[in-house]
Design a protein around this ligand. Structure first.
Ligand code: ATP
Length: 274
């Protein structure tokens, strides 16, 4: 439990090329990140520095991957946590955990001689949901602490912080989070189209023995509506089917079975939660 709760500070070695599809999200994101890279020109023009980027869209579409790649692109330390990690029974614990996360990240950046930090919070809606006038004091304090950290003054010798967060329930967010100087850039990360699915399948096929008879374009057509995470599962399940049949390579039949399995799995999950 203790380990899971602790934020994870590390350098991410994942680039935008490791993320399939999402061309417009990647383009928008890189444009925003270039603001961070060319901070001196930005300052000369009197442009307000970029503080926060919100990634919105369905689960499993690569929001976490995009945040990691952003850290790599800007040569930053990457620190991540999920909103639910800050939810505690006792008032003030969530807030102090936020404080610790930023403190830990700053120390790490100094140690590793990095000028900037990407702090990524997944499921931001858990702590950044609309405030309802004192009903959830614990959540309020956590959110306030996050806002305080985001508003923190940047001094010449402290690392610059770029906040990134993800949600699939943007309409739930408190408006304080979306004000200028907070998460003022929003990037939509949608389910991949056929070209995107083909690209993602290729990425996850790289370390697998795929039979030459397999046409991944066909697999992309058969997996309409799948997220990147589901496509990764398809590749993995197909390899398991091949192993069960004692085959050395993954054939199209294994991929078709895997598509059905992932689709059915989702259905069963949904039914059991209804
Ligand atoms: P959630 O909202 O559920 O946190 P997410 O949008 O952050 O999801 P990720 O955690 O980035 O999704 O993706 C989960 C896994 O799915 C990745 O580790 C990767 O294996 C695969 N994946 C998702 N999207 C892509 C993509 N665009 N390209 C390649 N792999 C992907």
């Amino acid at each position: 439990q203790g380990d899971r709760k602790r934020s994870r500070a590390k350098i991410a070695h994942l680039t935008f090329d490791d993320i399939g599809g999402q061309d417009s999200a990647k383009k928008e994101l890189k444009e925003a990140l270039d603001f961070l890279i060319h901070k001196d020109e930005i300052a000369k023009l009197g442009i307000r520095p970029l503080k926060g980027i919100l990634l919105t869209g369905p689960p499993g579409t690569g929001k976490t991957l995009l945040a990691k790649a952003s850290a790599q692109y800007t040569n930053s330390i990457f620190v991540s946590a999920s909103g639910s990690e800050f939810v505690e029974k006792y008032v003030g614990v969530g807030a102090s955990r936020i404080r610790d996360m930023f403190k830990e990240a700053k120390l790490k950046a100094i140690k590793e001689k990095k000028e900037s930090i990407v702090v990524f919070i997944d499921e931001i809606d858990v702590i950044g949901g609309k405030r309802d006038g004192g009903q959830h004091r614990e959540y309020d304090q956590t959110l306030n602490q996050l806002l305080t950290e985001m508003d923190g003054i940047h001094t010449a010798d402290s690392p610059r912080i770029l906040m990134m967060a993800a949600t699939n329930r943007k309409e739930m967010l408190d408006s304080a989070l979306l004000r200028p100087g907070r998460f003022d850039r929003q990037i939509q990360v949608d389910l991949p189209d056929k070209k995107g699915r083909f690209h993602i399948l290729n990425i996850h096929a790289k370390n697998k023995p795929i039979s030459i008879e397999v046409d991944l374009n066909k697999v992309a057509a058969e997996s309409y509506g799948f997220s990147g995470a589901q496509l990764e599962s398809v590749m993995n399940e197909a390899a398991i089917y091949a192993m069960r049949e004692k085959e050395d390579n993954i054939h199209h039949k294994h991929l078709s079975l895997a598509i059905d399995k992932v689709m059915m799995g989702e259905k069963t999950d949904r039914e059991s939660t209804q």
